[in-house]
Design a protein around this ligand. Structure first.
Ligand SMILES: Nc1ncnc2c1ncn2[C@@H]1O[C@H](COP(=O)(O)OP(=O)(O)OP(=O)(O)O)[C@@H](O)[C@H]1O
Ligand SMILES: [Mg+2]
Length: 331
């Protein structure tokens, strides 16, 4: 079954052609990051307008690279939530239009389910049950994937998402938006033990919190000024260590308590070098199997939406023309 996956929930316009929910024949991502950078974050109205400009060329490119036409496609899958309402609407309306024009079925896919199931595009992928940690710009949520379509939220952030903490910290340090990659790069030249930032491990549960860490960075900068050179790299490394330490600890603790052997890290922050290394090391120490998607599958893409849509379709879900974008869709 050939699925065209469409993603416009935030600031990436993306489309992909995926076979049987496992093999990506193409995966095209057009990012708007240069448009939003000067504002220090995503401007929803600009995002919607740029999706309108990009969406059809991106779909065309995805079909061309897969060497397919719309006639070959069996299902159109589109992110219908969660995300920015105006941005989601562009994708949903395009999916409806393509479905109407071709007579092909369409289905609304959950963006977070997409992040969780992106791992299926790897040659060696876990089958449920597994424990999946979504760490992205808008979410830090730990799910038990009991079966496809059966997800239990077992922990989440009490305040900022991990990506949000990166982006806000980058802003404090005068680094470009989005902050994840620049901080990650600087951190690799720094000493993670230079500054002991707080680790918030609230209570005996699987929740995390990052607002205290962000405030600690702010206080440090207020006291010492914005660091430069090696001091900047040291601060980035210390911040990154705190984030990776907390997330990897909670993930491994949850695996032990809930009896999971297979762990998945996903979402934009799963691209982080230290988080990947620490999760891998702590999982190995305890004999757990850690699955890490390649970096291009961590950030938003159409292939993961094709996988989530494929699974939703197999569960019997069908889109109809009343399908609405749901900016706060809880899985
Ligand atoms: N190497 C990295 N280290 C840490 N964070 C990173 C890295 N690369 C990207 N990020 C962060 O990932 C986030 C973007 O991820 P993603 O595209 O999954 O988020 P989103 O789609 O905006 O949010 P959501 O999936 O919650 O709706 C940004 O906050 C960015 O700073
Ligand atoms: Mg995302």
């Amino acid at each position: 079954m050939l699925v065209l996956g469409l993603e416009t929930s935030c600031d990436e316009t993306a489309a992909a052609v995926v076979e049987d929910g496992r093999r990506a024949l193409s995966d095209v991502v057009s990012t708007q990051v240069d448009i939003h950078r000067r504002w220090g974050g995503v401007v929803p109205e600009l995002a919607s307008r740029n999706h309108i400009v990009q969406v059809l060329p991106v779909v065309h490119e995805a079909l061309t690279r897969a060497n397919k036409t719309l006639d070959d496609v069996d299902l159109i899958a589109v992110t219908s939530g969660p995300g920015l309402i105006g941005a989601l609407l562009v994708g949903v309306q395009v999916a409806k239009g393509l479905s109407l024009a071709t007579g092909k079925p369409f289905v609304g896919a959950n963006h977070l389910e997409g992040h969780l199931l992106a791992i299926r595009l790897l040659e060696v992928a876990p089958e449920p049950p597994f424990l999946g940690l979504v760490v992205s710009g808008g979410h830090t949520s730990l799910y038990e994937v009991q079966a496809y379509g059966q997800y239990r939220l077992v922990g989440s952030t009490r305040d900022d998402a991990a990506g949000e903490a990166y982006d806000k910290t980058a802003r404090i340090l005068g680094l470009p938006y989005p902050g994840g990659q620049p901080i990650d790069q600087l951190a690799q030249q720094g000493n993670p033990e230079a500054i002991r930032f707080p680790r918030a491990l609230p209570g005996d549960n699987f929740d995390v919190s990052f607002s205290g860490l962000k405030t600690a960075v702010l206080h440090h900068v207020q006291k010492h000024g914005v660091p430069q050179g090696q001091a900047l790299a040291d601060l980035c490394a210390s911040f990154q260590e705190a984030v990776a330490d907390v997330l990897s600890k909670k993930l491994v603790a949850a695996a032990r308590r809930l009896g999971h052997k297979q762990l998945v890290l996903c979402g934009g922050v799963a691209a982080n070098s230290r988080l990947r290394a620490l999760c891998q090391a702590r999982a190995e120490e305890r004999g757990l199997n850690m699955f890490l998607p390649p970096v291009r599958l961590c950030t938003d893409n159409g292939a993961m939406i094709a996988v989530a849509g494929y699974e939703a379709y197999r569960r019997g879900l069908r889109g109809d023309f009343r399908l609405a974008a749901d900016p706060a869709w809880r899985m």
